[in-house]
Write a protein that binds this ligand. Sequence first.
Ligand code: HAM
Length: 418
Amino acid sequence: MKIQSVRGFNDILPDAITTWQAVEATARDVFELYGYAEIRTPVLEKVELFSRSVGEDTDIVQKEMYIIANEREGNMALRPEGTASIVRAYIEHGLATTRPTPEKLYYILPMFRHERPQAGRFRQFHQIGAEALGVDSPAIDAEICAMVCELLKKLNVSGIEVQLNSVGCKQCRPAYREKLKAYLQGAYAQLCQDCQTRFDRNPMRILDCKNEACQAVVAVAPVMLDHYCQDCHTHFTELQEYLGILGVDFQINPRMVRGLDYYVRTAFEFVSSALGAQSAVLGGGRYDGLSEDIGGPPLPGVGFAMGIERLIALLPQRPLAARLADVFIAVLGAAARKPAVSLQKDLRQAGIRTELEYQEKSLKSQMKKAGKLGVAYVVMIGADELQKRTVVLRNMAESSQQEVALTDIVSTLVNLLA
Ligand code: HAM
C-alpha cells in the first residue's frame, strides 16, 4: 500500500518555501519595528486551556480539536490557536515581573483544527500572529491593526477590507443577549439547525451565520452597538479615533461576531473577496478576561492571527524560484572527479554555492542539471583541461565560454559573482 499524507495536512515543497520564507522575514521585520519579540509555545496543551478560554460551546472546542486521551495526565489537544497558549506561558513564567508592560509577543506557528478540508481551510495550517498583554487602552488595539496593514502593504497585498466591531463586555453583554434572544425567539423555526443550538448557548453567533435564512432573520435584529455600557462606548469611540490617526480605513460591521468566546470589546477581521468562502485572511480582538478564565490574574490583552496559506493566496506575484546554486562543476571523465571535488571545496570556502555531478553522466545531462539548478556559471573540468591546468568557464546567460587557468578560477568567479 502506497502511504500518502493525512487529509488536510499539506507538505510545503521547496519551490513554495521561498515564498513562505519571504513572508515570514517580512513579518519579523515589521513586528520588530513595532517592538514585538518572538515566542514559541508547544504544540500540545491541556484540553482545558482551550475549553475554558476559546469556549466550551464553540465549534473549535466542540468539534475541531485533535485530542490525545490520557487518563493519568489529563487529556491533551494539538493547539487549535495560539492566544490561549501565549497567555498561559506569560502567566506560567511570570513575565509580568521580568519584562516591560505591555508585553508584545509574536508567533509563526502551525495550528490544528479538525475541519472539513476545502479551499483555504486545512487541518494543519499556519498562523502569523501577535499579542499585546497588560494594557487595556484602545491605542494598542489600533496599533495592532496598523501593524497588520503595514505588513500587508509591504507584501503588496491589496483589496482588503477591515471589518470592525465591539462585542461589549461582561457588564453590558448579558442584558443585550437577553434582548437578542427575545427577538430571535419569534423566528426560532426559521433558524438553521446550528443556530437553533446556538440560541441557548451563544445567541450572538447567530448574527454572523452564513445561512441565508438566518441572515434574513438577523438583518433587523438588535445589535450590541446600541447597547454598550459607558466604558465600552468610550473604548470603541477612542479606538476609531486612534485608527483614524494611524490611517487605517475600516468598516463597522455590527453583526461580526468572532468564533471564539474570549473576545470583549474590540473584534476585527480583515477580509478579501479574492479568498472565496473563507474570506478572512486574519482575525483578532481584545480578550481581557482570558487570563482569569484559565486561573491567572486580571490581564488585559489584544491580538490577531493571520492564516499564512490564505495570505500567500493573496500575494500579487510569487517571488521567482530561488537560484539553488551559483556554479555547477561539470565533471568530464573519472580522472577529473577528485580535482573537481577539491575545486568545489575551494569555491565553497570563497562563499560560492557550488554543486557538481556525483555520478558519471554525459555532458548533456550535466548541462541539463545545471539548468535546473539555475546556476550563473558552469565550470567544465576534464582530462584535457587537467593536463593544461585549465578549466572551461561557461557563462549561462550569455552562452559564451572561455578557458581559465585552474589557479585563477576561484578569484575569477568571486569577481564575476560579486
Ligand atoms: P481565528 O479567526 O480562529 O482566530 O483564526 C485566525 C486566522 O487563521 C483566520 O482568519 C484564517 O486566516 C486562519 N485560519 C483559521 N482556521 C483555518 C483553517 N482551518 N485553515 C486555514 N486557515 C485557517 C484565532 O485563531 C485567534 N487566536 C486570533 C487572535 C489572536 N485573537 C486575538 N489574538
